[in-house]
Design a protein. Structure first.
Length: 445
């Protein structure tokens, strides 16, 4: 690696900020090109102090500094006794804490993906590598990410020398996102809880996917028209799918020799081949609009936190993907904003999991990306034949996009998320309330 590339890599890692103190303004994003180096320096500095000193020590430090300055000026003031007391406590804390500092091996087990709003558990298996015991241990003491909150931490009041203990933490996923979990670590505040002594594997990180919360659909009318395509399971299945045996028949010229039933051929004296019933899978494209215009400067202060309309669209998309994964159809093309994905997973949960992984990291698009899709995408959509389109409003670019789908011979089902009533909807379009989708009131479409 060249020197310039190494410097850029280190600078990018610095701008990411510490894993134990993540700030949204420092996250890498397609819509955010500038990241403040001053903010990154402040985050690294705060994380460094927080990793060494406990919250109590951070509060006491300014008070001790003021008392020390006052005692140095007024030499005969009784307050100088408190300086000696604080110094003695700190020295005892430093000596005893260093003697019983933890040195452990940690095995952390956690799920790869969870649902927004759900509660999940993280299991820790901690082994003490020292002969001396360790006290007052807590696993992963810092908050993982803004999307996650630890409701019940994993704690070890005492860990004997050369022994192994297990514990479990309870974590709630507040909202969707792709969460980078820092490497597993334990810390001890023994004996007075002023200095933090930590141990762990800081490079063993995990990526947790928090996909949108959704309500399963009981019924959905698929957009299958005259040109909607269907294909057999063999053309899709690659991970454990198989066709069903319905009988045997006499061998004919051109039959696959791998389907010859040898025991049956031995009994009849003639070659016979197995016949299978092949399920038909209908192919469908799932298209989600993410275009939300940037707020005007004078409305920035009144803009609500988050985008409920976008979150409702993503939740509806997840519900549609889950419904289709039950076997109604196979999602062959998934377009969300400007990105287009092609799936070939067959009748399985693979496409649903892939869609959830994509939805977890979606951000609003500031440009109408659907109207700028490449012509090759429309050719692929035409081969698919059916598409479900989730829109965040009705305007001329969105109407034009749906018209292009119709011109390509695609049967389209359009779902519009709008907080207000939408007049003059074209035939076949359905308007939905974002609040109703987020509340789980939409179960049939």
């Amino acid at each position: 690696m060249k020197l310039e590339e190494r410097v850029q890599s280190k600078m990018s890692r610095f701008l990411d900020g510490p894993a134990t103190f993540q700030i949204a303004a420092l996250k890498r994003s397609g819509s955010r090109r500038y990241r403040s180096s001053s903010l990154a320096l402040a985050a690294w500095s705060f994380a460094l102090f927080r990793s060494v000193l406990s919250p109590v020590a951070l509060w006491l430090l300014p008070a001790v500094f003021v008392i020390g300055v006052y005692a140095s000026i007024a030499m005969e003031a009784p307050m100088r006794v408190w300086v000696l007391v604080f110094l003695a406590v700190f020295l005892v804390e430093l000596a005893v804490g260093a003697l019983f500092r933890p040195s452990v091996e940690i095995d952390r087990q956690m799920p790869e993906r969870v649902r927004a709003g759900s509660v999940f558990h993280i299991r820790y298996r901690v082994r003490n590598r020292r002969r001396l015991p360790a006290w007052d241990l807590r696993a992963d003491p810092f908050r993982f990410t803004p999307e996650l909150v630890t409701e019940l931490p994993a704690e070890f009041p005492e860990l004997p020398g050369r022994q192994t203990l297990t514990a479990r933490a309870t974590v709630r996923a507040l909202r969707r996102g792709r969460c980078l979990i820092y490497g597993p670590r334990v810390e001890s505040g023994f004996p007075f809880g002023l200095i933090r002594w930590s141990s762990g594997c800081r490079r063993d990180r995990n990526m947790l996917t928090v996909y949108p919360a959704f309500t399963s659909l009981r019924r959905f009318d698929l957009p299958f028209g005259a040109r909607c395509q269907s294909s057999g399971m063999v053309s899709y299945s690659k991970i454990g799918e198989s066709t069903e045996l319905i009988g045997v028949r006499d061998y004919r010229d051109g039959d696959d020799v791998r389907r010859i039933d040898w025991p049956g051929s031995a009994r009849t004296g003639n070659f016979v081949v197995k016949e299978f019933e092949e399920d038909e899978l209908r192919r469908v494209a799932l298209i989600t609009d993410t275009f939300i215009p940037a707020p005007a400067f004078w409305s920035l202060r009144t803009t609500p936190k988050g985008y409920p309309q976008l979150e409702a669209a993503l939740a509806l998309t997840a519900a549609l993907a889950e419904y289709l994964s039950r076997g109604e159809a196979v999602v062959e093309i998934f377009a969300v904003g400007p990105a287009v994905y092609h799936f070939e997973t067959g009748r399985s949960s693979g496409s649903f999991e892939s869609v959830c992984d994509i939805l977890s990291g979606i951000e609003p698009s500031r440009e109408p990306a659907l109207s700028r899709l490449e012509p090759e995408v429309f050719r692929d959509l035409s081969a698919t034949g059916g598409a479900v389109v989730v829109l965040l409003g009705v305007d001329e670019p969105r109407r034009s996009f749906v018209e292009r789908l119709h011109e390509a011979g695609v049967s389209v089902r359009v779902l519009v998320l709008s907080e207000r009533a939408v007049p003059d909807l074209p035939p076949g379009w359905l308007a939905l309330s974002p609040a109703a989708v987020l509340a789980g009131e939409v179960t049939e479409l």
